[in-house]
Design a protein around this ligand. Sequence first.
Ligand code: ZN
Length: 232
Amino acid sequence: MKRIRMAVVILDMILGLLLFCAFVWRNTDTDKIKTTSGSSIECEDGVEQKRIALTFDDGPHPYYTEQLLDGLKERGVVVTFFVTGEHATLHPEIIKRMCEEGHVIGNHTYSHIQLCRDNREVFKKELQQTNQVLKELTGEDVVYVRPPYGAWDKELEKELNMIPVLWSVDPLDWCTENVQTVVSRVREKVKENSIILLHDYFDTSVTAALQIVDELLEEGYEFVTVEEMLFE
Ligand code: ZN
């Protein structure tokens, strides 16, 4: 009987030791998994949290917009363009290229008109006319509008079934010829979910925009269209 008891005790100890080893091994292994995939998950989370949208108003410009599109394509970055109907009519091939390359195109009125107390109907007609021009070129309905100077009437959202998109960072790129000034002004204010206002109508702005893209990509920012920012 004693021998049997001894054998049971020894077996118990062996079993206990095996269970202990298995526990230690499992935990060590889990730790390893945590450290390797944990950091990449953190990184992915970080990237997701730092989404920003570059937006370009007033184009397309016959030269600078193409230059910008080339640079964005090289970097695999998509943006949002708020074009005027007038410029879209002058450069239809650039509008088609924007659409083909995955950028979102929004409405910036036909002639860059500012909404005032006495021109609501003209303003509305300009938006409708521009929507028509853009739809003919891309085959897509225009959803987003950036009212020049930010002047807007909320009722128009229902009337036109459009969404106004303003901005959170304005480096006043149109009033400087210094690339570094534009880059610094954006970098000082940029944060998660920023909507940055630039103009693809100036050499300085386009050069600054591509530098901003390079620097902020390095810092883990992800560039998205306003559509992705609002709905995804
Ligand atoms: Zn404008």
